[in-house]
Design a protein around this ligand. Structure first.
Ligand SMILES: NC(=O)c1ccc[n+]([C@@H]2O[C@H](COP(=O)([O-])OP(=O)(O)OC[C@H]3O[C@@H](n4cnc5c(N)ncnc54)[C@H](O)[C@@H]3O)[C@@H](O)[C@H]2O)c1
Length: 356
């Protein structure tokens, strides 16, 4: 290979997407596009973003879950909701053209591991292609910054504790411990680094862990059924899983971290764990907290792990939030799991009282 061809092959094209070093609007003048905003974490994000004075636009394939509607409150009907798929480039461009967002929070994707494993082309088109569609729309419309939702599901197993942003995600003998879920998250994460390196696109990735609170989904184990059944006066009995430890994180702490990440200084890290930085709690400990907080709660769980959860337990460890503390000035509100579950109990009671 000649010297010139070698140089040509290694050279980076000069591509200016026009957002490097651009001044950002004051927060109160910004429009934030939230994908997946009709879901659990999305509802908390919309509420937190509205509280900063932003205008918010939601892009989702469905209407709000009732809990998200309740969490957002009276403002919900003033938030434009675009029924659209991030997997559809034309539709994503339409939404950008109509609403001209100033920043993007990307939480919308397919989470169900069984669905992802059986619908692999859709898994790729939505969970990986969706990020590319969003980023290309950002480039087309000069949108400078995105916060991208990844997950602790990108981790293969624990190599050291606490896990921080430098912990490996690909090992010589293993990839992400959550197959198509974690692997599509990894693919999206690495593509964002490519856009950053080659084009200067500004992104931050959050990797949340075991997020709980009103509207939570079933992938975080029995905590949802324990809290909600206890409040409703119903039993919640589980044969397996008591010994499963998780770094539980309240949804409001995820939302406040995302708000901090949207205003991260340019030289801040790219990857932040969505956690409290505190110790893990087992599901048996969660059961005990629920029994103490809800008088008469009939909550029981066997200690042994089920076969299905054994591989996931291998990637559980305390997570470092030191970069969020030192670089973003962020602190979790619910460092205490007991206080976080107490908030969930009260919020669920209020939701039921309002007809939920
Ligand atoms: N809940 C957790 O413990 C947890 C942990 C780690 C990471 N996360 C991540 O947080 C994000 C939000 O998850 P959640 O827990 O709120 O779940 P969720 O299911 O409530 O929210 C996901 C939202 O994405 C929407 N969506 C699905 N396909 C879409 C598409 N093609 N286009 C646009 N929107 C689409 C869904 O309708 C839903 O409202 C996800 O990216 C998830 O991977 C969640």
């Amino acid at each position: 290979m000649s010297e010139s061809r070698y140089q040509q092959g290694m050279a980076r094209p000069e591509i200016d997407i026009g957002t490097r070093g651009a001044e950002r609007k004051p927060v109160a003048e910004r429009t934030t596009l939230v994908t997946g905003g009709a879901g659990f974490i999305g509802g908390n994000l919309v509420r937190a973003l509205l509280d900063t004075g932003r205008r918010v636009v939601v892009l989702d394939v469905r209407d709000y879950i009732p809990e998200a509607r309740f969490t957002i409150g009276d403002d919900v009907d003033a938030v434009p909701l675009e029924l659209a798929s991030i997997g559809d480039q034309a539709r994503v461009l339409d939404v950008f053209r109509v609403h001209r967002p100033d920043e993007v929070v990307h939480a919308g994707m397919i989470l169900d591991p069984a669905y992802l494993a059986t619908n692999r082309s859709t898994a790729f088109q939505v969970n990986v292609g969706g990020v590319i569609n969003l980023v290309e729309a950002m480039i087309a419309f000069g949108v400078p910054r995105i916060v991208n939702f990844s997950s602790i599901g990108v981790l293969p197993r624990v190599l050291y504790e606490p896990i921080d942003g430098n912990h490996p995600i690909l090992l010589a003998d293993a990839g992400p411990g959550t197959d198509f879920y974690g692997s599509t998250k990894v693919a999206a994460e690495v593509m964002l680094f490519a856009y950053k390196q080659a084009l200067g696109l500004d992104f931050r990735t959050i990797r949340p862990s075991a997020v709980y609170g009103l509207g939570m989904n079933q992938y975080v184990g029995p905590i949802k059924a324990m809290v909600e059944n206890a409040v409703r006066g119903l039993p919640a009995h589980f044969e397996f899983g008591g010994a499963h430890p998780r770094p539980y994180t309240h949804a409001q702490d995820i939302a406040s971290l995302v708000v901090a990440m949207l205003d991260a200084p340019d030289d801040a890290d790219r990857i932040f764990y969505g956690s409290t930085g505190g110790p893990m709690a087992t599901t048996s400990e969660v059961a005990q907290i629920v029994r103490e907080l809800v008088p008469g709660a009939d909550v029981e769980i066997g200690e042994e792990l089920s076969e299905a959860e054994k591989p996931v337990v291998a990637l559980r460890a305390p997570l470092s939030v030191e970069n969020a503390r030192s670089q973003l000035g962020w602190e979790p509100t619910y460092l205490s799991l007991r206080e976080g579950i107490a908030q969930y109990v009260e919020h669920y009671r209020a939701f039921i009282a309002a007809g939920g």
